[in-house]
Design a protein around this ligand. Structure first.
Ligand SMILES: [Mn+2]
Length: 335
């Protein structure tokens, strides 16, 4: 090999060597993960003509993502078929969320990339990582790859990126300057905000409605110093229920449930709680509690989740204890 190898842009290897690639979402792909993967596939096929790209969704996708996948169609595979020259994991956070694809990537001969906006905890699976923790969506990072490559996304790809950014930024409410700049450029490329809002609207899901109302019925309220913590148990939709409890006024919410022989817990807090206490739910609570109880965990400052090998009641006690240690105040239950 020539010592003065050219400085390849994305995918950071000679594109001519890539005949077959796979872009992998996190388990139960959400809109940001799927649409970012959809756009990466378009970028790959434009820098490596004739390259065949699979899009992988380990354990399927959410209801909204399935609807978006009809508008932004791509060949999707849940499990690996054959070998790949390139693996691109997108929006995954913890590599465990790649499920069976983690092992496939470890054994595969292809180049392994990560494109993400979650804090990187362990990059050992990848040959190269492109992570921007300040981005509110993986799609912003993907758009950055288009710009660095000098490739203009077509109108459909620009629309997909806009919808992913809007999905992950609460319709731009929490978008940062760089996110908004990306949005303006996508609009210039033909993407439309109204169309995005319409596409991201989802029909109420009966199971989700019941989970939220049952979660409210079983609610426990605690005072942690000056903060209000809400906890509850539901069999599914833990993340939706946790978000609803914060919407109702809790400073921090923990929602657990036992599914498929493991306990899953979703954590949410307000921005105000994160800023005043300095508590990062992803690294300081979810990762710590998950790891020390036979599971995994991770996420962002105000939104995180974990799995644990202890019962749901026990998991909630451990989380309450962890949060009270971090806040520096014993929990007192309000009835
Ligand atoms: Mn995301």
């Amino acid at each position: 090999m020539d010592n003065e190898a050219p400085d390849w842009k994305f995918p950071f290897v000679d594109p001519a060597t890539i005949k077959r690639a796979v872009v992998i979402c996190h388990r139960n792909a959400d809109a940001d993960s799927y649409l970012s993967a959809y756009a990466i596939s378009a970028l790959l096929r434009s820098v490596s003509r004739g390259c065949e790209v699979d899009l992988a969704t380990p354990e399927g996708m959410t209801v909204l993502t399935a609807k978006l996948a009809e508008k932004f169609p791509h060949r999707v595979t849940e499990v690996a078929a054959g070998t790949y020259d390139l693996y691109v994991a997108v929006d995954v956070g913890d590599a465990e969320l790649l499920k069976g694809w983690k092992g496939v990537m470890q054994l595969g001969r292809g180049t392994r990339l990560l494109v993400d906006h979650h804090p990187l905890r362990d990059g050992s699976l990848y040959d190269r990582v492109v992570v921007d923790e300040l981005a509110t969506s993986a799609a912003e990072v993907v758009f950055g790859l288009f710009e660095a490559s000098g490739v203009k996304p077509d109108r459909t790809t620009a629309q997909a990126l806009l919808e992913a950014i809007m999905f992950d930024s609460s319709h731009l409410a929490i978008a940062t300057g760089s996110g908004l700049r990306a949005v303006v450029k996508l609009l210039d490329l033909g993407a439309e905000i109204q169309e995005a809002k319409k596409d991201l609207r989802s029909e109420p899901d009966y199971g989700e409605v019941l989970a939220k109302l049952k979660g409210a019925q079983r609610l426990k309220i605690y005072k942690l110093g000056e903060w209000v913590m809400a906890t509850t148990l539901v069999g599914s939709f833990q993340a939706h229920v946790a978000r609803s409890l914060v919407f109702l006024g809790a400073d921090v919410a923990a929602v657990g449930g036992e599914t498929d022989g493991e306990t899953r817990v979703s954590l949410r807090s307000t921005q105000r709680f994160a800023e005043r206490t300095g508590i990062q739910l992803g690294t300081q609570v979810a990762e710590d509690v998950g790891k020390s109880n036979g599971g995994h965990g991770g996420g962002h400052a105000t939104a995180a989740s974990l799995t644990a090998a202890v019962g749901e009641e026990e998991a909630m006690k451990i989380i309450a204890k962890k949060l009270s240690e971090l806040v520096g105040s014993m929990p007192s239950e309000i009835d």
